[in-house]
Design a binder for this molecule. Structure first.
Ligand code: PGA
Length: 252
């Protein structure tokens, strides 16, 4: 199980300190937990997490390796701060910053090449769901990634299914809706010659401690990408605990 917090553009040094202290104190073992934080706070989290179990992630990464790209942060720079994960293609970046399927895929490749694990976000909008085109939208987003990343390299990729209509809305997708999509994604991977069981697939979108066990317990769900609830230590730890419960249930 992998539980990843996405702080988005929230926090300051003092608030982070409190949140990190509380989170680090309560982390369950046997669940991989990471937080993806704004770039300026990577060093703070790196220091705080020390030898501890909390892993470090960024919320974006440049598609370029080095050079005259003002404002960009490369995957190698992130590696310098012991960053392990980089979210790419979050729906907010796709919608607000014009990131295309191809840009997202090239960013995922850049992350992989530098030794980071990209967390590639995919998901449909409400209009797309209502139009019945969920699978074709996801296939299009995944095909773009497949054009950059070989089936063997997919072992280093994490996928996050985040229906856009469920992000930050309090409207969690039902376990049935989530499993239907995750099952489709797993089958798509298999069909493309990827070792599908080696790829972690997360669900994201208004996950709360109360909904987490049912979601994480789904056959094809390997954890969650958590936005709002990751800013509150109790909620985030509750969700991490749900990851532990779900993984034990799956082992039984
Ligand atoms: P949310 O955000 O949990 O606040 O819905 C999830 C995300 O955007 O990754």
């Amino acid at each position: 199980m992998l539980v990843v917090g996405n702080w988005k553009m929230n926090g300051d040094l003092a608030r982070n300190e409190v949140l990190l202290a509380d989170v680090c104190m309560g982390l369950p073992s046997d669940v991989d937990v990471a937080v993806c934080v704004p770039f300026p706070y990577l060093a703070q989290v790196a220091e705080r997490s020390g030898e501890g179990a909390l892993q470090l992630g960024a919320q974006d990464v440049s598609q370029f390796a080095e050079g005259a790209y003002t404002g960009e942060v490369s995957a190698a720079m992130l590696r310098d701060f012991r960053v392990r994960y980089a979210i790419v293609g979050h729906s907010e970046r796709r919608a607000l910053f014009g990131e295309t399927d191809r840009v997202v895929a090239v960013k995922a490749k850049a992350a992989l090449s530098a030794g980071l694990m990209p967390i590639v976000c995919i998901g449909e909008t409400l209009e797309e769901r209502e139009a019945g085109v969920v699978e074709s939208v996801l296939a299009r987003q995944l095909d773009a990634v497949l054009a950059e990343i070989t089936p063997v390299e997919w072992g280093g990729v994490v996928l996050a299914y985040e229906p856009v209509w469920a992000i930050g809305t309090g409207r969690t997708a039902t376990p049935e809706q989530v499993q239907e999509v995750l099952g489709f994604v797993r089958a798509w991977l298999r069909q493309k010659g990827v070792n599908a069981t080696a790829v972690k697939i997360l669900y994201g979108g208004s996950v709360k401690p109360e909904s987490a066990v049912n979601l994480f317990g789904l056959p094809d769900c390997d954890g969650g990408l958590i936005g709002g609830a990751s800013l509150d230590a109790r909620s985030f730890l509750g969700i991490c605990e749900a990851g532990l419960v779900a993984s034990r249930l799956k082992l039984d």
